[in-house]
Design a binder for this molecule. Structure first.
Ligand code: GRF
Length: 225
């Protein structure tokens, strides 16, 4: 059983997908604490509904980034969490925090990295006119949206689509690949070789149904579909 801290800033739909898969026994993990930098985040309500401990830590109340991250570190250390899961956390973590949790911080990004890092990735992809879009779960390193990639889901972009409609279709697959990635960590099946992430005994790929096409690599397991 691994213990997690989940950092959020908004709706927390990814947090919800992780909670659901922990509660149905698909992930052997415990969420020790949910941290939000935004007191209005709907994800805080989700945490409350599932009796999870949550902490609001508003960055605006701290003198500088390091003071803020010192407090973040204190919280994750106090809760003795193995991994920090960034789920729509809209703050960039500096090397000060990342070094302490080297290879133990995951992020989900709504694009096929290394394309379209940064904000509004779904709109960036739709406006650019790419024909394939998707989402990525990766380890966090010192550069934004850059660390070693654990799993990606790719889907065709429809001709009529804008950033918003594309984003909705991507989000659906975020909710499947993030719990899957965390379950692999919980089963100690994830090895890092430089930038390359090897998931032991994973299928090479998963192909979604013809009416909802998606390609996921490594392969999504049935219980996460
Ligand atoms: C997701 O699209 C995620 O990829 C991005 O922020 C969004 C968070 O959504 N990093 P939610 O708060 O999990 O609903």
């Amino acid at each position: 059983m691994i213990s997690l801290a989940v950092f959020i800033s908004g709706s927390g739909s990814n947090l919800q997908s992780i909670i659901n898969k922990i509660e149905d026994g698909s992930i052997h993990a415990e969420i020790k604490v949910v941290v939000s930098n935004n007191p209005e985040a709907y994800g805080l309500k989700r945490a409350e509904q599932h009796n999870l401990h949550s902490v609001v830590l508003e960055h605006t109340r701290f003198a500088d980034r390091q003071a803020y991250e010192r407090e973040l570190l204190r919280i994750v250390r106090d809760f003795k969490t193995d991994y920090v899961i960034l789920a729509g956390f809209m703050r960039i973590l500096s090397p000060y925090f990342i070094h302490e949790f080297q290879n133990r911080i995951l992020n989900i990004h709504p694009a096929l990295l290394p394309s379209f890092p940064g904000l509004h990735a779904q709109a960036q992809a739709a406006d650019y006119g790419v024909k394939v879009a998707g989402c990525t779960v990766h380890f966090v390193d010192e550069k934004m949206d850059h660390g070693p990639i654990l799993i990606q889901a790719a889907l065709p972009v429809l001709p009529s689509e804008d950033g918003e409609s594309l984003g909705k279709r991507i989000l659906k697959w975020e909710h499947k690949i993030y719990p899957q990635a965390i379950s692999w960590l919980a089963q100690n099946r994830v090895n890092l070789e430089g930038r390359k992430v090897i998931v032991k005994n994973a299928k090479t790929f998963f192909l979604g149904p013809a009416d909802d096409p998606v390609l996921i690599s490594p392969g999504l397991e049935e219980k996460f579909f």
